[in-house]
Design a protein around this ligand. Structure first.
Ligand code: HEM
Length: 424
């Protein structure tokens, strides 16, 4: 006999729902403190089990991954925005697409993007000359949009007049708003807001079709992610992906590939500003420190704060029974603060990454077959941007700033984060 999964019952369950809505991160942490590493709770109409132990994380994402898919309301909603690209697809479609797209993310190809990433950062810094203060949230979103645009289309989509950049920003804003709602419904109603949203979605697709059409007519195309996707052939059937599939994958890569990295950079800059000792080591270009700063920022503020799966059949996680059809969630924000695996969990200590850690204790990019395809790109990009910044300018959080995470689809800070610029 397995014990039942602990969790709030009765009035405590109701108050948990309310607290989750007000302050989800603190509430999830509190649930693990009260009930342990596997907690059953409700959010709205759904029961969820949060698994907060490396052993359970490895079981879900790796050892028994075939028993879990993404058939949950969250991914259904996301599908409405992103179509059936790599993030939202499942089963055979996902397997085929991952096999087609994976070669485009080979280490060698990602590393070839380095000069473009550095040049983009230097152009950003040039644009800052003569300014005293910037909102790093806006600046990093702008920079990472430029980098992902260059990586995929060899075009600067962040340019103020670039329609894709504008529409991507609107899409992001609308998605945030939808997911905030308690019972998120897809925008299918005849209200002005839903109509506006549907128009944005159509626009994103029209613009991407336009960029793809332009590329197909080009006689000497650049070697970028779009070209790799256009040239990819299924090893069994020798078929390219359909135009519709290509569009879904491109929207997915654009969305997944910039806001997450922007958040990593904002949190890194925030932490560095609060820890001048570490910042000095970065400015002195100490070997490996930039990577460790990025990892530590990803530990404390994982851009994807929570992700989930649905079980297909029964399983046992950390000694507790999981029924078929159960939604299980992994919250890197909470997992990365597990005191057993992360001593002084709230402290900023990049050097902790000099030591080995148990498998499954650090999962900002998930793990196993559905691990983030852009993880190397993200880490390279964040490292190069931080290093390029540290060579020319110091960013100091303005006095009295109150920076707190705002858990939306990605974990960004609430509002703007103003920093004073100190050029060397
Ligand atoms: C610091 C930056 C990033 C973080 C923290 C991050 C995190 C994640 C996480 C947690 C997942 C799994 C989501 C789930 O299971 O539902 C994921 C999947 C994915 N990410 Fe990232 N990501 C980052 C950057 C990127 C970049 C730069 C790209 C592309 C250029 C990208 C593309 C994707 C794709 C396509 C998937 C789906 C993979 C699959 O299921 O096959 N991500 N990412």
């Amino acid at each position: 006999m397995h014990p039942a999964i602990p969790g709030p019952r009765g009035w405590a369950a109701v108050s948990t729902i309310l607290r989750l809505r007000r302050d989800p991160l603190a509430t999830l942490i509190d649930l693990t403190h009260r009930y342990g590493d596997v907690v059953a709770y409700r959010y709205g109409p759904l029961s969820r089990v949060m698994v907060n132990h490396p052993e359970g994380v490895v079981r879900i994402l790796q050892d028994n991954h075939l028993n879990y898919n993404k058939n949950s309301p969250f991914y259904h909603m996301l599908k409405w925005f992103l179509g059936e690209g790599l993030i939202t697809s499942d089963g055979e479609l996902w397997r085929q697409q991952r096999r087609l797209i994976q070669p485009a993310f080979q280490r060698r190809k990602i590393e070839a993007m380095a000069p473009m990433m550095v040049a983009s950062t230097e152009a950003l810094i040039e644009g800052w000359r003569g300014r005293e203060r910037v909102d790093v949230v806006e600046e990093m979103v702008h920079l990472t949009l430029r980098i992902i645009g260059m990586a995929i289309f060899s075009q600067d989509l962040s340019h103020k007049s670039h329609a894709v950049g504008q529409v991507m920003e609107q899409l992001q804003r609308q998605m945030q708003r939808r997911f905030q709602s308690f019972f998120p419904l897809p925008p299918v109603f005849p209200t002005a807001r839903d109509r506006h949203f549907r128009a944005i979605k159509v626009n994103v697709r029209l613009l991407i079709d336009h960029l793809v059409g332009e590329r197909r007519r080009q006689s000497n195309p650049p070697e970028d992610l779009l070209q790799a996707l256009l040239e990819a052939r299924d090893p069994d059937t020798a078929q390219p992906m359909s135009d519709l599939q290509l569009c879904d994958e491109l929207v997915t890569l654009l969305m997944a590939g910039h806001e997450t990295v922007a958040n990593t950079l904002v949190w890194s800059l925030f932490l560095l500003s609060r820890h001048p000792d570490v910042r000095r080591r970065l400015e002195a270009e100490e070997e490996g420190i930039a990577d460790r700063v990025v990892l530590e920022a990803l530990r404390l503020y994982p851009p994807v704060g929570v992700y989930g799966r649905r079980s297909l059949g029964p399983d046992v996680l950390c000694g507790y029974p999981i029924g078929a059809g159960q939604i299980v969630s992994i919250a890197p924000y909470v997992l990365h603060r597990h005191p057993e695996f992360w001593p002084n969990p709230e402290g900023f200590d990049p050097d902790r990454f000099l030591q080995e850690r148990p498998r499954g204790s650090f999962a900002p990019f998930a793990a196993g077959p559905r691990q983030c395809i852009g993880n190397h790109m993200a880490i390279l990009e964040a490292r190069l941007v931080l290093t390029a910044l540290a060579r020319q300018v110091r960013l100091n959080l303005v006095p009295g700033a109150h920076v707190v995470p705002d858990p939306q689809i990605t974990l960004r800070p609430r509002g703007a984060v103003w920093m004073d610029l100190e050029f060397f």
